[in-house]
Design a protein around this ligand. Structure first.
Ligand code: GLA
Length: 395
């Protein structure tokens, strides 16, 4: 009898340890997170409470919130030090009412609040980071009402990436507030192989630059790059993305002034094909009607947010014409034809050429018009750096 009680006790204890074991928060980011991040436009010096609140106001009034954008994320440079108890200190000059009040304001708009840290000893901008303070910082984020944490990888010396990010994952879990966890180690340690149980998204490359493409001298291995360079680095990673765990090709440069309207449309289309997190990186308070119409095109966003959660794959790439295919729920398929070249291209192809079998109706998303069915060959002209984005609807 004594033995039975002992065994039951052991079983109960092991059950308890299983149920309290740290894990990532499940059921978050079932579709790629959508929001805004301060870095691409405001970098270190440009952030403050006023800007962040105005950006939140803009997101809720300009149609972005209505199509699904929700996270407002402050990137590097909000932190200035630690107090004698080790608590992270925000820059009170820039955030006079504090981070909690800012999070409350953002929440009052029905939006969510994100913040940034780094797994090393200092952030990439040299601010205090989380190494050795993971649990304390996670408790602080939870107390402030943080919903999304981006953790960077600067100043990590010989740290092991998987261990470091798992430690923060466990700290967040212990703090008890569901927080989307965004890993930002630039793909250096191939997080697609191990981060599925650690975070909800992971950067796959170095930083995006505000341009279309680097010159030929760039070897593509060392960092991020322009839109096309980053696109190329996603090729083959499609098998690792799915609901709750996404490849992150970095934040958007749509609306930051360097890309032509056609390139902005292509950049946005490609990120949606990639089932990428859609973090706008421009000044939402001041954007052109074109930029706004791109960021809020709900039929394009619907490709990104498709519940099946499949990232596109490269079907072909010939003579600067790239064809990407993204399976969608309900048997639909998205096709993106991208003209990477400098001259317009005339196209004429039969659907079987791209492996499309079965019958579909064709909807041209940017032109907002139907274009017959896949029974007929498809003919079109694509301008330089432009896409044709089609939704094939199952008949
Ligand atoms: C790294 C990240 C960027 C940004 C900066 C901030 O470069 O990859 O996205 O967070 O740090 O310093």
């Amino acid at each position: 009898m004594k033995k039975l009680t002992f065994l039951l006790l052991c079983a109960a204890l092991s059950l308890l340890s299983v149920t309290t074991q740290a894990q990532k928060f499940e059921h978050l980011a079932q579709t790629p997170p959508m929001g805004w991040n301060s870095w691409n436009k405001f970098a270190c010096d440009g952030i403050n409470e006023k800007v962040i609140k105005e950006v939140a106001d803009a997101m809720s009034s300009n149609g972005m919130q209505a199509v699904g954008y929700q996270y407002i994320v402050i990137d590097d440079c909000w932190q200035v030090g630690r107090d004698s108890a080790g608590n992270i200190q925000y820059d009170a000059g820039k955030f006079p009412h504090g981070i909690k009040a800012l999070a409350d304001y953002i929440h009052s708009k029905g939006l969510k609040f994100g913040i940034y840290t780094c797994a090393g000893t200092k952030t990439c901008a040299g601010r205090p980071a989380s190494r050795g303070y993971e649990f304390q910082d996670a408790r602080q984020y939870a107390a402030w009402g943080v919903d999304y944490l981006k953790e960077d990888w600067c100043n990590t010396s010989t740290q092991n990436a998987q261990e470091s990010y798992t430690l923060m994952r466990d700290a967040l879990y212990k703090a008890g507030r569901p927080i989307v966890f965004s890993l930002c180690e630039w793909g250096a340690n191939k997080p697609w192989h191990w981060a599925q149980d650690v975070g909800h998204l992971w950067r796959t490359t170095g930083d995006i630059g505000n341009f279309w493409e680097f010159g030929e001298a760039w070897d593509g291995r060392s960092g991020g790059g322009g839109v096309l360079n980053i696109l190329d680095l996603q090729n083959g990673l499609e098998q690792y993305a799915g609901p709750g765990h996404w490849n992150d090709p970095d934040m958007l440069e749509v609306g930051n002034g360097a890309l032509t309207p056609e390139e902005e449309r292509s950049h946005f289309s490609l990120w949606c094909m990639l089932a990428a997190p859609l973090m706008a990186g421009n000044d939402l308070r001041n954007m052109s009607p074109v930029t706004r119409s791109i960021l809020t095109n709900k039929d394009v966003v619907a490709l990104d947010q498709d519940p099946l959660g499949k990232q596109c794959y490269r079907k072909s790439m010939e003579n600067n014409l790239e064809v990407l295919i993204k399976p969608l729920s309900g048997g639909d398929t998205a096709i993106c034809l991208l003209n990477r070249g400098e001259d317009p291209k005339k196209l004429s192809f039969s659907w079987s050429q791209y492996g499309v079998t079965g019958r579909f109706s064709i909807h041209n998303i940017w032109d907002a018009r139907d274009q017959g069915t896949t029974d007929m060959p498809y003919t079109a002209t694509i301008g330089r750096h432009q896409v044709i984005l089609l939704r094939l609807k199952k008949l």
